[in-house]
Structures are given as structure tokens and as C-alpha cells.
Design a protein around this ligand. Structure first.
Ligand code: RB5
Length: 160
């Protein structure tokens, strides 16, 4: 699979480790940065970059890392078509692929150790998205993307 990878400085070391792991599993990894652990950068830039790669089809899946996994997941989820999930164990990793059809997974380098992170990523990649009752829910998530793309009707406020 083609997997886009991104992190901020806090997630850099874990990103590198996961990137090497993915390559060793035969995946084609596109590393979108950041490029070191010491230069402070902003996680929205990297979450959005990974999200765009997945949403445009340049990558099949995305992997994001920041300190908690949360900030970078919020950023990735701003991109229409992205279903980014924070995972912290093999169960959340497996279920978010099976049930939510997550296409980006986010990990917190300050939350999970390297072994748990690697196991969780493997569980995510090995899981198969389930159909049945989940398809309608995924369609509702896609409808929310459309809703966000529609300008919100504004009501004129009368000055008093
Ligand atoms: C960076 O210090 C930290 O705030 C960031 O990596 C992340 O945890 C935000 O959600």
C-alpha cells in the first residue's frame, strides 16, 4: 500500500520508527515531514498534508504522529473525505478500520511506547473494513463532509 506519513517534532522519533516498520512490511511510504525532533513545528500543517494525500488518492492510507495524536487527528479530519482516528492499542486500531473505515490513524508519542504503537499499526493494517450496517454510517460521515462544504446560512443581526 501507499502510506503517507507525517508528524510534528514531538512525534518525529515515533514517525521514523513506524516508517521503517512500514517499509520493512513492503509498503511504499511517503514521508511528508517533519524532518527532525528539535525544530518546533505546528501539527496542523502535517495532519493536513497527510489528509490531503489520502483525500486526493495520492496515498491509500495515512499515519500521523504528534505528542498525543489528538491535535494532528483534528487537523487531518478537517480535510474532506478523511476519517482520522487516534489509536492507542490493538483493539481501537482494529475496530476503527473494521467499523469506521478509518483512512488515517494517529498516534501519540507521549502516550504509547514503540512496541504498542507498532502492534497497533499492524492491527490497523491487517484489519479489513466491514460492510453491512457500517456502510450507512460511513455514508452519513461522508454527508457531514458535504455539509461542511456548504456555506452556513447567516442571519443578519439587527443593531439595536
Ligand atoms: C507539541 O508540544 C504538542 O502540543 C503536539 O505534539 C500534540 O500533542 C498536540 O496535540
Amino acid at each position: 500500500m501507499r502510506i503517507a506519513l507525517g508528524s510534528d517534532h514531538a512525534g518525529y522519533d515515533l514517525k521514523e520508527l513506524l516508517g521503517d516498520h512500514l517499509t520493512s512490511r513492503g509498503h511504499q511510504v511517503e514521508d511528508l515531514g517533519t524532518s527532525d525532533a528539535t525544530t518546533s513545528v505546528d501539527y496542523p500543517d502535517f495532519g493536513a498534508a497527510v489528509g490531503r494525500a489520502v483525500a486526493t488518492g495520492a496515498a491509500d492510507l495515512g499515519v500521523c504522529v504528534c505528542g498525543t495524536g489528538i491535535g494532528i487527528s483534528i487537523a487531518a479530519n478537517k480535510i474532506s473525505g478523511v476519517r482520522a482516528a487516534v489509536i492507542s492499542d490493538v483493539t481501537t486500531a482494529r475496530l476503527t478500520r473494521q467499523h469506521n473505515h478509518a483512512n488515517v490513524v494517529c498516534l501519540g508519542s507521549r502516550v504509547v511506547g514503540p512496541v504498542t504503537a507498532t502492534d497497533a499499526l499492524d492491527a490497523f493494517l491487517d484489519a479489513v473494513p466491514e460492510e453491512g450496517r457500517h456502510l450507512g454510517r460511513i455514508a452519513k460521515l461522508a454527508a457531514l463532509d458535504d455539509e461542511l462544504a456548504t456555506p452556513i446560512e447567516t442571519t443578519e443581526v439587527q443593531a439595536t
